[in-house]
Ligand binder design. Structure first.
Ligand SMILES: C[S@@+](CC[C@H](N)C(=O)[O-])C[C@H]1O[C@@H](n2cnc3c(N)ncnc32)[C@H](O)[C@@H]1O
Length: 243
């Protein structure tokens, strides 16, 4: 990751760490996050040791350990990690980037990453590193920004918002990448993963106005299955071969 982009993302998350959970762990934010988390969780083993890349304040680590596993969180923001340590005092949290994972080969049964992959400058590096630290037979599950009908205009909107100094928790231009199915499948396959599965997730987006959000939540399962081009996020899983 270039120093400037890395620093901008890190400073941003350091500066919002204390309010992040008000956004994603309350009311609509909580149901949005829980919805994405359960889709991310689906292919993962119940139990075993998980690495959560871009773990933020530990929301997904908490869910994984409630299912009986152990988890380590990795993130570039020290302040987000401090919140995560408060949330999950028995888990370990490490400062670092997903593009250079500070663990030995074959250390984890599972790797997950929720709403962080789109920030990563070198996605190939993050996936080959994830492959390296997974044990044979281990599973990776990633949910990130999908390139779809409703997300096409978002980067321009964020650029405009930043130019006009709009104050919004995540409405900043970080040059995030929006992924489509072919790109994700190609990246996972190149890194060596098998059984690559792609699905679409979240029509009820947290930034919708209230009445729209409530309606979107009701029709979300139908949209995800039948009109996936309206979903905001893409979820991809794969398996490291057993050798
Ligand atoms: C939108 S937050 C998601 C946090 C958490 N996964 C969640 O679901 O609440 C994105 C997180 O990714 C982290 N991040 C961004 N780029 C990263 C990288 N290259 N390696 C590790 N973490 C990164 C940020 O610091 C931030 O905590």
């Amino acid at each position: 990751m270039s120093a400037t982009k890395h620093d901008k993302i890190q400073h941003h998350y350091d500066s919002i760490a204390d309010v992040y959970d008000h956004h994603y762990d309350h009311h609509r934010g909580r149901s949005y996050h829980t919805h994405i988390s359960s889709q991310l969780m689906r292919p993962l083993p119940r139990g075993g040791r998980l690495l959560d890349i871009g773990c933020g304040t530990g929301l997904f680590v908490e869910k994984f350990i409630l299912n009986g596993g152990t988890a380590i969180g990795l993130d570039i923001s020290g302040k987000m990690l401090s919140r995560a340590c408060h949330r999950c005092p028995t888990s370990e949290f490490i400062l670092g980037t997903g593009e250079k994972i500070p663990f030995h080969d074959s250390s984890f049964e599972a790797v997950a990453s929720l709403l962080a992959f789109s920030y990563v400058k070198d996605p190939h590096a993050m996936l080959t590193e994830s492959y390296r630290v997974l044990k044979p037979g281990g599973v990776i599950s990633i949910c990130t920004l999908g390139k779809k009908l409703l997300t096409r205009g978002i980067p321009t909107l964020y650029q405009l918002g930043e130019m006009m100094k709009v104050k919004h928790l995540v409405m900043k231009d970080f040059g995030e990448h929006y992924y489509d199915k072919n790109e994700m499948t190609g990246l996972f396959t190149e890194a060596g993963f098998l059984d690559v599965n792609v699905s679409w997730c979240s029509f009820a987006h947290i930034d919708m106005i209230d009445p729209l959000f409530n309606f979107a939540q009701k029709v979300e399962p139908f949209v995800e299955k039948r009109v996936p081009q309206l979903a905001y996020n893409i979820c991809v899983s794969g398996k490291k071969p057993r050798e």
